[in-house]
Design a protein around this ligand. Structure first.
Ligand SMILES: *[C@@H]1O[C@H](CO)[C@@H](O)[C@H](O)[C@H]1NC(C)=O
Ligand SMILES: *[C@@H]1O[C@H](CO)[C@@H](O)[C@H](O)[C@H]1NC(C)=O
Ligand SMILES: *[C@@H]1O[C@H](CO)[C@@H](O)[C@H](O)[C@H]1NC(C)=O
Ligand SMILES: *[C@@H]1O[C@H](CO)[C@@H](O)[C@H](O)[C@H]1NC(C)=O
Ligand SMILES: *[C@@H]1O[C@H](CO)[C@@H](O)[C@H](O)[C@H]1NC(C)=O
Ligand SMILES: *[C@@H]1O[C@H](CO)[C@@H](O)[C@H](O)[C@H]1NC(C)=O
Ligand SMILES: *[C@@H]1O[C@H](CO)[C@@H](O)[C@H](O)[C@H]1NC(C)=O
Ligand SMILES: *[C@@H]1O[C@H](CO)[C@@H](O)[C@H](O)[C@H]1NC(C)=O
Ligand SMILES: *[C@@H]1O[C@H](CO)[C@@H](O)[C@H](O)[C@H]1NC(C)=O
Ligand SMILES: CC(=O)N[C@H]1CO[C@H](CO)[C@@H](O)[C@@H]1O
Length: 370
């Protein structure tokens, strides 16, 4: 009887899988992912000099992922790249670049690759000290463009597939974290943010030169509200109206309109470029403004699910407490959202038609035919 029960469960799972994402063709031929720990699916596991603080390949990471596997995702389950990929019709994020053997890199280009690396930022030196080693955005983009070049030489359909693919980018938070912690009196925030946006623009131009046309860009959220930053706010008495670290949130809020106008200006310069910009700040405000947020089920907004001490901001590993009701927590560990929180973000990026995405959503982006 046990084996029949097992077979039934297996069939049911397959049907569920088919219903969720197996039935139709994905909405884009491939998805290429760039950025930081909000979207890394395991590249850092392969970096020998990357410190444990910037890895997520040990329990309790992945406690809600299939087989409870700690894969390098900075989440209890799926992350934002996985959730968006699923809405597009893929089973999850494309695989990490560094996990692929040399001879499967080109074949994998037709399905997508993730170049994202936890700790990375818009500047090459971001987190180089804190993490030891990360794949910088410069290297992520170079690795993609060099593969695209080789692929186009080998395969006539490559250029068309790159044009139709989705380029998903979530980066900038780590630059802001490091800058917010600098306490020099004469620091010039405007100058620093302009440097970040100029770097962002040059990565997008490089990707466009390699054939990319469709960009989904996620702006840094209210960073000062994650548990690690709430702890800094408490120590420095620099609170904003949400009880979060004011300096960090201030930087996020100043950066968003700069990214928005940079993207708009690029469309005037780069033929065929199209984009969807997710306003993570407004999405987070939507949750923080109304602490009940019944539609989202988040009841714990300031404390990490995995962690101890004030705000649960100790860091997450198998010897610290783990919350049970993870769908009610906004934060998984001291920096990262839960699977449930990134699912909400992905849903808004994909389908929102209000103030959370500009000028179009990801669904409109991938189905547009230039
Ligand atoms: C070119 O790429 C397409 C799409 O991935 C694939 O179906 C085809 O087999 C490739 N052709 C060669 C010669 O590799
Ligand atoms: C990183 O580089 C930028 C630009 O070159 C510089 O302003 C900043 O001070 C550097 N940060 C660190 C931590 O070295
Ligand atoms: C990826 O980029 C890094 C840095 O530019 C380089 O050292 C490495 O060889 C690249 N990997 C591949 C497979 O192109
Ligand atoms: C900060 O940098 C910006 C851009 O370079 C400049 O226009 C502004 O005058 C600077 N502000 C101060 C207080 O130095
Ligand atoms: C936020 O940034 C603005 C513009 O740089 C500045 O005038 C203001 O003092 C900052 N507020 C906080 C709380 O850091
Ligand atoms: C949240 O509330 C603040 C005022 O406290 C307001 O400025 C902001 O627009 C609100 N955001 C959302 C998304 O409701
Ligand atoms: C909220 O919880 C209810 C009951 O568990 C569930 O049906 C619903 O899907 C959840 N909503 C979200 C946005 O996850
Ligand atoms: C787990 O994290 C706690 C809190 O940061 C730390 O004290 C402890 O040493 C860590 N344990 C392991 C096995 O890394
Ligand atoms: C961008 O996508 C929108 C929505 O599908 C479409 O109307 C517009 O023509 C596209 N722009 C370009 C340059 O492809
Ligand atoms: C796709 C790719 O990077 N191919 C490389 C595999 O390794 C050989 C030999 O080292 C290189 O020549 C290829 O460029």
């Amino acid at each position: 009887m046990a084996s029949r029960g097992g077979a039934f469960a297996f069939v049911a799972l397959c049907l569920l899988d088919l219903a969720l994402h197996g039935a139709a063709e994905p909405l884009a031929p491939a998805m290429f992912v760039f950025g930081d720990s909000t979207v890394d699916v395991g590249n850092n596991n392969y970096l020998k000099k990357c410190k444990i603080e910037c890895k997520a390949d040990y329990p309790r990471y992945g406690v809600d992922y299939p087989d409870q596997a700690p894969t390098g995702r900075f989440s209890n389950g799926y992350n934002l790249a996985d959730q968006l990929a699923q809405l597009l019709g893929f089973p999850e994020s494309p695989p990490p670049f560094l996990s692929l053997p040399n001879d499967s890199l080109i074949p994998q280009m037709s399905k997508g690759i993730s170049f994202a690396s936890g700790g990375s930022g818009l500047l090459d030196n971001t987190s180089s000290h804190a993490c030891g080693e990360v794949l910088s955005m410069t290297n992520q983009v170079r690795n993609f463009t060099s593969l695209a070049r080789q692929w186009k030489i080998e395969n006539q359909t490559a250029a068309d597939l790159v044009t139709k693919s989705l380029f998903f980018i979530s980066v900038g938070s780590n630059d802001l974290f490091e800058h917010a912690d600098i306490t020099v009196d004469n620091r010039n925030d405007t100058e620093f943010l302009q440097l970040l946006v100029a770097s962002y623009s040059s990565y997008l131009k490089d990707l466009h030169r390699a054939g990319a046309k469709k960009f989904s860009v996620v702006s840094p959220s209210l960073l000062g509200c994650c548990p690690s930053q709430r702890l800094i706010a408490q120590e420095s008495k620099d609170f904003d109206k949400y009880g979060c670290f004011g300096s960090a949130n201030n930087l996020s809020k100043q950066l968003y309109p700069m990214i928005a106008s940079m993207l708009h200006d690029l469309t005037l310069e780069l033929p065929g470029m199209n984009y969807s910009l997710g306003d993570s700040i407004r999405m987070a405000e939507g949750v923080f403004n109304n602490t009940h947020t019944p539609a989202y089920n988040f009841t714990v907004l300031s404390k990490a699910c995995c962690g101890v001490g004030d705000f649960g901001a100790s860091g997450c590993n198998s010897s610290v407490p783990l919350c049970q009701n993870r769908a009610n927590y906004m934060f998984w560990d001291k920096f990262h959202p839960t699977d449930a929180a990134s699912a909400v973000t992905a849903k808004e990026l994909f389908g929102n038609t209000g103030s959370f995405v500009h000028p179009i959503n990801v669904q409109q982006l991938v189905t547009s035919q230039p």
